[in-house]
Design a protein around this ligand. Sequence first.
Ligand SMILES: Nc1nc2c(ncn2[C@@H]2O[C@H](COP(=O)(O)OP(=O)(O)OP(=O)(O)O)[C@@H](O)[C@H]2O)c(=O)[nH]1
Ligand SMILES: [Mg+2]
Length: 443
Amino acid sequence: MFEQLSDKLDAVLRNIRGLGKISEKNIKESSRQIRRALLDADVHVDVAKDFIKRVEKRALGTTVTQSVKPGEQFVKILQDELIGLLGTGDTSISYAKQLPTVILMAGLQGAGKTTTCAKLAHKLTIEGQSVLLVAADIYRPAAIDQLKTLGKQIDIPVYSEGHKDPVAICDNAVKEAKANKTQVVILDTAGRLHIDGEMMQEIEAISDKVKPHETLFVADGMTGQDAVNSAKAFSEALALSGTVLTKMDGDARGGAAVSIAEITGVPVKFIGISEKMDGLDVFDPKRIADRILGMGDVVSLVEKAEKVMDAKKAEKLEEKLQKQSFTLDDFKDQLNQLRNMGPLNQLMGMMPGMNKKMLKGMNLDDRHLMWTEAIINSMTPAERNNPNIIDGSRRMRIAKGSGRNVQEVNQLIKQYFALQKMMKKMGKMKLPAGLNNPMMGIH
Ligand SMILES: Nc1nc2c(ncn2[C@@H]2O[C@H](COP(=O)(O)OP(=O)(O)OP(=O)(O)O)[C@@H](O)[C@H]2O)c(=O)[nH]1
Ligand SMILES: [Mg+2]
């Protein structure tokens, strides 16, 4: 996500961070480089220009504080402005005072509207809302079935009248929701080109009829400058209340996405991060800004860790860390938890200070976790409890049993002892919840 932008800024930022003195001259030079990086990553020209102007103005007007390195101070300004650019508006859904809340999805063909409707429905259901999905795309042949299939998958009803007038379908669906006391209605509309006047009129007519409480513009995060043009057209035709950027799991350049909040004047509320139904995240400008600026995403990491880390287990682990009685069984347990957190390279990418180049040099093959587990599984309980007894012949046996070679067994045992050493240090440190997984340091 935003890798290209992040990569482009990486070198510039490293220069800036190292600056011992901030002068008008190096502010101008740094700004020029940042502007170039933004444009290369597809940020809209006007957006980049305004952004740089704001950064320059603040940088020139800031007196350098004693306690912070001048370069760091500049980066902080950049971070603040980037957060501002990504949007500071309210990202929560505005609910209707009188049921139901109506959410209208609009966007170009293939942007991810139907998928997003289902994902959002799923998210709101988990939060305890009752939801009705509405199939108002009567043009694409398989559109209704697509929504029905997704609805079935997440156990949410889908309202459909086949291929009738979309305005009437939406209106009827809202009426039905009202009668059934359904809390939220999500309207999946047909994809339309912003230059297609008739289709734009249709969605305006739907909007006029049902008066949605939220009108979300769904934009494909992978598209470049085009997204900016269509965002403009949609925001002129409809009273947008927010944007959803989809496909942010791909290696999008990120620039267009950065520009969209500024162009539409409404906040990005959600981002799509996978094709799956749980792949919709609330958009957090600060987290994204930090990620773009290579500051890592510790919050995501902690949240991910907390999701899979059983609180009781974590407590036990901490006890073991204190007592230094961490066995190979615990090691295996940790491996499992780490595996549940997702692909290693994705996790490492969230670590502060990790950039793409560093990731490339690391061995992040998830299969290693599986192999390691297989090796530990081939050990006897006594060996797991006291790895000191694992001598040469035991190593041979373990290697055979797990289908790995002796070098790998040796390496694992070595790693274990190294980890134990590291944990002695960590045991004395107080880490944020979830980050006390000692495996975070293993690669
Ligand atoms: N990787 C990834 N794929 C996504 C995401 N959102 C949508 N997709 C995929 O993008 C494709 C198009 O998604 P749809 O939801 O059908 O898009 P749409 O806007 O409804 O398309 P039309 O109805 O034809 O205009 C599908 O293959 C989705 O699975 C996402 O966040 N990540
Ligand atoms: Mg669709």
